[in-house]
Design a protein around this ligand. Sequence first.
Ligand SMILES: [Zn+2]
Length: 328
Amino acid sequence: MGEQDADRYVIGVDVGGTKVLGVALDPAQPHEPLAVELVPTPRGAERLEAVLVSVVAALRRRLPARRLAAVGIGVAGLVDHRGVLRVAPNLEAGEAFDVASRLGAALDVPVVADNDANCALAAELAAGAARGRDEVVYAALGTGIGGALASGGRVVRGANGFAGEPGHMTIVRDGWPCACGRQGCWEAYASGTGLARLGREAASAGPAVALLDQAGGSPGLVRGEHVMAAAAGGDPLSCAVLTDFARWVAIGLANLVSLLDPQLVLLGGSMVEAGEVLMGPVRSAFAELVLGSDERGGPPAEVAAFGARAAATGAALLAAAHPAGPAG
Ligand SMILES: [Zn+2]
């Protein structure tokens, strides 16, 4: 958008398993959104479409003097090159939800759609922790694991748009069940869901006073954030659970390094907001497990810069880069 378009803005919407986050921004200032909307994620394509329309409408109402140029939608699922959501185990949105076309028609503005982690990495490449890097692996640790890859400074999309889903690499044969319906996926172990399971097992196995204090007294109620809070408070059992968990995270990252030889491994998602209590153990397990770690000198494992707004910001930047409408 040129100088004559100073009153124009773009909207990016991040559709996650639990929350829909919309940001309106001037693409020249991605770190300072003009307006933000956050609502719960509904179930089903019809309701999701209605919520997306209402989030965009709410953002537009807050910027009455400016003109909306385009909308980008980042969705937690497999989104093809045409902006059609093909697979989304956490959204119950059906088998082929044509996000870009349906929203474009409903909103009467150009709409583009992509995988949420692809959007997040695009934001990090443009103006975040991956700025100036060409070869990057990104993993967002939350309820599941979102993933994205960059090569030559661009997000790698693959033959169909489905590249960069490391959360569903099988790392344990016949292992723990995954939300995708298969077993032993990396995300079954190295996500918030995996940490919760490790925490519940530890709390059931023996004395776990500090951890159970966090979880309201019952081993069955232990969640990932309880383990992290108890570990941050110095509880030895929770620290041991987190060290174990960090090893699962690092196993997947080390596999990705063997495959892709990145300059940078970038970690995002809600879990990394816990800070060094998680990142410390992850970095040390990662350094231990990467093939030829000493000899190759890295790569560093760093925390993404845009935090919870990464995918929404990247979706908005994607929209700004495609002002003519959906690709293809
Ligand atoms: Zn899976």
